[in-house]
Design a protein around this ligand. Structure first.
Ligand SMILES: *Cc1c(COP(=O)(O)O)cnc(C)c1O
Length: 378
C-alpha cells in the first residue's frame, strides 16, 4: 500500500485555522435547517449563489461542507457533494446526466441497486446495456450513438475484476460520452479516478469512508462546473441531503481511514492467500490474485479488504451451511466496517458458489482459523 502522505494528513486532522487562537480538533455540528441574514439583500445574494453559500441545509451546510472539501481534496476534484446515501449520489448522477432517449453503458460487474435503478429508468425511455467483457475494444463496440454515460466499477462488485480505466475513458471521451466510476471499494486513498481520466467519481460513504457501520451516506466528486449543475439540477431538488450529524460522524470515521485500510489490506491478503491454497476453494476473487498486475500497479495504490471466493459447490444448502458455521464473521449486507462480514448471492433455486468477505480488524489469525474450521466441517 502506498498512501500519499498529504492524503493521510488530510484524513487525520483538519487544517489549522489562521489567526493562532485555540482551535477545536473536531469541527462543530451545525445542526440548523436555515441560516438567517442581516438584511434582505444579503439573503437575495445568498440565493443567487446557493451552490456556494449557506442558505438552507437542503443545500449547503458547513459541517457537510467540511467533509465535502476533504473528499474533493483526496479525490483531486474541484468539489464534492455529500448525499444521504450512496444511492442518492448515484441517482443524482443519473438524473443530472440523462434524458429520455439516452443510453447508459455499464462496464464490469455493477452494484445491484445501481442496475435496478437503471432498469427503473427504462420507464422514462432511458436504456442501458451491461458490458462484462473488459477488453477496451468490446467497450468501444458496445457504445451506441445515443450513449451519454459510461458507468464503471473497478474493481467490480462480487468478482473484483480490474478494468483498464484510462483506456475506457479515452474511448468515451472521443465519442463525447461522460464517464463515472463508483470508487467505493478503493476509496480516494487507493484509487484516484479523476486522475485516470474519469469525469465523475461516486462513493458510498457507508462502507470504508465511514468505516464503523454506523452511518449511511454517499458522495459525488467532480469538476466545479459539473458540481454546480448537479447542485441545482438534482442535489437541491431531489432532497437526498447528507445530515450534519452524519457528516460529522463521517469526518470522524475518516480520521482512521488510512490506518484501517492498512490493516484491511494486510489481513485481507493473508485470508485470500489462505483461501487460494485451500482444496475446497475453487477460485479467489481478489484483485491482487486475479487482476492484471500491470493494470493493478497503474491504477491502485493498494487493496482494501473486501473480496470474494468460489466454493467447490454451488449447492444452496452447502453454501448456507458453510456461512452458518462461521463464528467470527457476521452475516449481513454492506462491507467496509471494523467487523468482519460474510454474504453470498446464492438463493434457494438460484445457486451460486460465490461468497463475499469483508475483512474487519479482528486479526487475520483468528479469521483464518474460523474459515479453516468452517471449511473442514463440511
Ligand atoms: C453499498 C454500495 C453502494 C450504495 O451505497 P448506499 O450508501 O448503501 O446507498 C454503491 N456502490 C457500491 C459499490 C456499494 O457497495
Amino acid at each position: 500500500m502506498w498512501l500519499d502522505p498529504d492524503d493521510v494528513a488530510a484524513c487525520v486532522a483538519d487544517p489549522i485555522p489562521p489567526g493562532g487562537g485555540p482551535a477545536p480538533t473536531s469541527p462543530p455540528v451545525y445542526q440548523t435547517s436555515l441560516f438567517s441574514f442581516a438584511d434582505f439583500g444579503s439573503l437575495v445574494a445568498g440565493l443567487e449563489s446557493e451552490h456556494e453559500q449557506t442558505v438552507y441545509s437542503r443545500g449547503r451546510n458547513p459541517t457537510v461542507r467540511a467533509v465535502e472539501d476533504r473528499l474533493a481534496y483526496l479525490e483531486r476534484g474541484d468539489g464534492a457533494l455529500c448525499f444521504g446515501s450512496g444511492m442518492g449520489a448515484i441517482a443524482a448522477v443519473f438524473y443530472g446526466t440523462l434524458k429520455a432517449g439516452d443510453h447508459v453503458l455499464f462496464v464490469n460487474q455493477t452494484y445491484g441497486p445501481t442496475l435496478q435503478l437503471a432498469r427503473y429508468l427504462e420507464r422514462f425511455d432511458v436504456r442501458h446495456d451491461v458490458c462484462l467483457d473488459l477488453d477496451p475494444e468490446a467497450v468501444r463496440r458496445a457504445i451506441r450513438p445515443e450513449t451519454k454515460l459510461v458507468w464503471m466499477e473497478s474493481p467490480g462488485s462480487m468478482t473484483f475484476r480490474v478494468l483498464d480505466v484510462p483506456a475506457v475513458c479515452e474511448i468515451a471521451a472521443k465519442r463525447g460520452v461522460t464517464t463515472c466510476l463508483d470508487n467505493s471499494w478503493a476509496t480516494p486513498l487507493l484509487q484516484k479516478p479523476l486522475e485516470l481520466g474519469v469525469d465523475i467519481a461516486v462513493h458510498t460513504a457507508t462502507k470504508y469512508l465511514g468505516g464503523h457501520s454506523d452511518l449511511v451516506a454517499g458522495a459525488v466528486v467532480t469538476s466545479a462546473g459539473r458540481i454546480e449543475r448537479l447542485f441545482y439540477d438534482t442535489y437541491l431538488l431531489s432532497g437526498a441531503t447528507c445530515a450534519p450529524w452524519t457528516a460529522w460522524l463521517l469526518l470522524r470515521g475518516m480520521r482512521t481511514l488510512p490506518a484501517r485500510l492498512a490493516q484491511h489490506e494486510r489481513d485481507g491478503l493473508l485470508v485470500a492467500e489462505f483461501l487460494a491454497a485451500h482444496p475446497r476453494i475453487a477460485a479467489v476473487h481478489h484483485p491482487a490474485l486475479n487482476g492484471d498486475p500491470s493494470l493493478v500497479e497503474r491504477q491502485l495504490r493498494g487493496f482494501s479488504g473486501t473480496f470474494g471466493f468460489s466454493l467447490d459447490t454451488d449447492e444452496f444448502s452447502r453454501v448456507a451451511g458453510f456461512i452458518d458455521r462461521l463464528e467470527r464473521f457476521r452475516i449481513g449486507v454492506s462491507w467496509g466496517g471494523v467487523e468482519s462480514l460474510v454474504l453470498s448471492p446464492a438463493r434457494p433455486g438460484s445457486p451460486s458458489p460465490l461468497v463475499r468477505l469483508s475483512i474487519g480488524l479482528e486479526g487475520a489469525d483468528l479469521l483464518i482459523a474460523d474459515l479453516d474450521r468452517a471449511l473442514s466441517a463440511s
